[in-house]
Ligand binder design. Structure first.
Ligand code: SF4
Ligand code: SF4
Length: 164
């Protein structure tokens, strides 16, 4: 007797679950559909600001980036997407300084985890939301992020003379 009761109980639960599922499907069936007419709608397309499409260096108004070539982003990147090349330059005071030569970023292997951005001590990196990154070759996905001509460093202010 109890097994018949269990049988009808499970049939009832199955029907209830089916009706719930059909209810969800039915709602989606009558919801108005929106199809993006891309690329025709390129001019009006709105990509969320925080969408992670491509790593970039931040530049100030004078075209300077803040990267000090410390290599932290390269070390923290889990899959070798970032490769830094550095150079030694002579400073006006005769000292030498290590500077960024090439900041190479392979968009083809980036997982957009943001570890590089969040661990950069100079706040030198950000993600752009420029999503149109299709290329014909994988090589074209390797980008040099410091692509702008580098402005000269500001001349250091003269040191005050002793006793002045
Ligand atoms: S982007 Fe930031 S973390 Fe990477 S090398 Fe430059 S300063 Fe260092
Ligand atoms: S987002 Fe992640 S995978 Fe991409 S370059 Fe930065 S650390 Fe590497």
């Amino acid at each position: 007797m109890s097994s018949i009761k269990e049988y009808f109980s499970s049939v009832g639960k199955g029907i209830k679950s089916l009706v719930q599922g059909m209810e969800v499907t039915g709602k989606e069936f009558v919801t108005p559909k929106i199809t993006e007419q891309y690329p025709e709608n390129r001019a009006t397309l709105e990509i969320p600001e925080r969408f992670r499409a491509e790593l970039t260096l931040k530049y100030d108004a004078e075209g300077r980036h803040k990267c000090i070539a410390c290599g932290i982003c390269q070390m923290n990147c889990p899959n070798g997407t970032i490769k830094l090349e550095t150079k030694m330059v002579d400073l006006p005071d005769g000292k030498k300084k290590r500077k960024l030569d090439k900041y190479l970023y392979d968009l083809g292997s980036c997982t957009f985890c943001m570890l590089c951005v969040t661990t950069c001590p100079q706040d030198a990196l950000e993600f752009s939301n420029d999503f149109e990154q299709a290329t014909f070759t994988r090589e074209a996905l390797v980008k040099q992020l410091n692509y702008r001509p580098e402005p000269a460093d500001p001349t250091p202010a003269p040191k005050p003379e002793a006793g002045a």
